[in-house]
Design a protein. Structure first.
Length: 172
């Protein structure tokens, strides 16, 4: 019952979107990454974390922008344009990567489900997901170090409700 109340059986996604990209329009390496993340997230009973995708170039059928993922409907939800800000925090990762995937803890959800261990369990969840992705894609990912609060704000997320824990660059 608590899982449904705090929606830990669903992966958080954007409420307001600019564009919706159906799975059938995604191609190449980005489709493979999407499919692997879907398999990992949907295999878990609880999810108190969520990924955000930052696409720097028009590739894989996806325009430049910042996206959340709707695994249930099979789509990417663009909620922010990349051109709409001039923040170099996110652009640091664009030099060597086509895409950045950032993983966040939904703080309210984690605390509601796990209590005082919510933060630790969220970090463990992200560690598991990133490790599985790195095992599946070997050399295509690299760890990035982005300033957490600045990057969260640049992605259009509320720094009081979610914590950026890990960002990985995808070379493609």
């Amino acid at each position: 019952m608590m899982v449904k109340l705090c929606q830990a059986n669903e992966v958080k996604k954007a409420d307001i979107i600019i564009d919706l990209i159906p799975l059938k329009e995604i191609t190449g390496g980005l489709l493979e990454v999407y499919e692997e993340m879907k398999k990992i997230y949907l295999s878990r009973t609880y999810n108190v974390t969520f990924p955000i995708i930052i696409n720097f170039k028009n590739n894989g059928g996806i325009k430049k922008g910042i996206y959340s993922i709707d695994f249930e409907q099979g789509s990417l939800l663009q909620y922010k344009l990349i051109e709409s800000y001039e923040n170099e925090t996110l652009l640091m990762g664009s030099e060597k990567n086509k895409v950045i995937i950032s993983f966040f803890i939904n703080i309210e959800q984690a605390l509601a489900l796990y209590g005082e261990r919510g933060y630790i369990n969220g970090i463990e969840e992200i560690g598991y997901i990133v490790n599985m992705l790195k095992q599946s894609f070997k050399t295509k990912f690299n760890i990035l170090f982005l300033p957490e609060q600045e990057a969260t704000h640049a992605m259009g997320l509320n720094v009081r409700k979610c914590l950026l824990i890990e960002s990985i660059g995808y070379r493609g």
